[in-house]
Design a protein around this ligand. Structure first.
Ligand code: SAM
Ligand code: SF4
Length: 329
């Protein structure tokens, strides 16, 4: 194995979030309120299977054991199952996850599992179908729910459900969500709304801190679980009376970046050291031949030394990121 990816603050990187497309068929108010618009730039084709294979091999050779396939909506790629296969081909990758809006899950999840997908996150911002429609711009609540049922039928032991927490939209749905996971092995992940470059007053109107949820959970006997080294950024709570779990992702909390263990590669092959704050470092020219792996690794290692200690979101920085679909949320 080449030297483990590590930055100058001694953070080690076990987890790669790989975006495979910027395109999305939903119009979430906090992400793509007007729907996906092609950037119009030349050479904007998304990473090919051989390129994905090479970048995955380079990361795996430097200690990466978990890859999340994201986007945009990753399952819009016709070769989505092949992408899973290509990643699963590398035996150092122990966890292959995806984050999806769930619209294709009912049809596709059996095939994804067979190809090697080990973990699924699906976004469900409300358990009220009308509110779901209002937030995502798509009347597909029941379709997404059937997809979750199907994931359990084909053998997933747990499904993670992402909920972007929004004041006056879904923050009052905690009891409904708790009831839903009482007898279901679902890990709900409440994500604090993050401000991005193209967001207008939505953040000011709807941002609410995850602390309100954390306080309610602690008061009701929920207990914080210990983190593993390739875990995501969530604080996970468990309760003896519930089969499900609750994860809180609170990027505005002090010290959020201390446990950062992840890097991102965009659908156009740029390395992003953080979700916020930079334009991305070109890697694609070094994904063209297997023989370039050493050079690819050395470029990543060099760039990692510039990774900032924090995203400074808590100080009002929104960075360069126009919306999370552009580099994979
Ligand atoms: N399309 C897929 C989906 O929605 O699950 C994957 C990509 S999406 C960018 C990944 C995750 O980021 C989703 O759970 C979404 O809700 C979340 N997200 C997008 N924009 C966000 C924002 N401004 N603040 C917090 N979470 C956001
Ligand atoms: Fe699409 Fe996901 Fe963004 Fe919603 S959050 S618009 S589903 S990329």
């Amino acid at each position: 194995m080449a030297q483990q990816f590590e930055d100058k603050f001694r953070r080690k990187f076990y987890y790669l979030r790989l975006s495979v497309t910027d395109v999305c068929n939903f119009k979430c108010t906090y992400c793509l309120p007007d729907g996906y618009k092609p950037s119009g730039s030349k050479n904007s084709s998304f990473l090919t299977l051989p390129e994905i294979h090479r970048v995955v091999n380079a990361f795996a050779d430097c200690g990466t054991s978990k890859i999340r396939i994201t986007g945009g909506e990753p399952t819009l790629r016709k070769d989505f199952t092949d992408i899973i296969r290509v990643i699963a081909d590398n035996s150092n990758i122990q966890k292959i996850a995806t984050t999806t809006n769930g619209y294709r899950m009912e049809r596709g999840v059996a095939e994804w599992k067979e190809a090697g997908l080990t973990h699924i996150n699906v976004s469900v911002d409300s358990l009220d179908p009308r509110m779901f429609h209002q937030i995502t711009g798509e009347n597909r609540f029941h379709q997404v729910m059937s997809g979750i049922d199907r994931a359990f039928e084909v053998g997933y032991k747990q499904v993670k459900v992402n909920v972007v927490l929004m004041k006056d939209r879904n923050h009052h749905e905690l009891p409904l969500f708790l009831n839903w996971i009482k007898h279901r092995p679902i890990q709900l992940r409440f994500i604090e709304l993050m401000q991005t470059g193209e967001m207008d007053d939505l953040f000011t109107k709807h941002h609410i801190s995850g602390v309100t949820i954390r306080n309610q959970l602690i008061a009701n006997g929920w207990i914080l679980k210990v983190r593993e080294n390739n875990d995501g950024p969530a604080q996970v709570f468990v309760h003896p009376d519930y089969q499900g779990e609750i994860g809180l992702i609170m990027p505005y909390e002090k010290n959020f970046c201390d446990s950062c263990n992840r890097l991102r590669v965009s659908a156009l092959g740029k390395l992003h050291l953080c979700l916020f704050g930079e334009q991305g470092i070109e890697l694609r020219d070094l994904m063209q031949e297997d023989a370039q792996e050493a050079e690819l690794i050395s470029r990543i290692q060099m760039q990692l030394q510039n990774k900032s200690v924090s995203h400074f979101l808590q100080e009002g920085n929104t960075g360069m990121t126009p919306h999370l679909a552009s580099i994979g949320g």
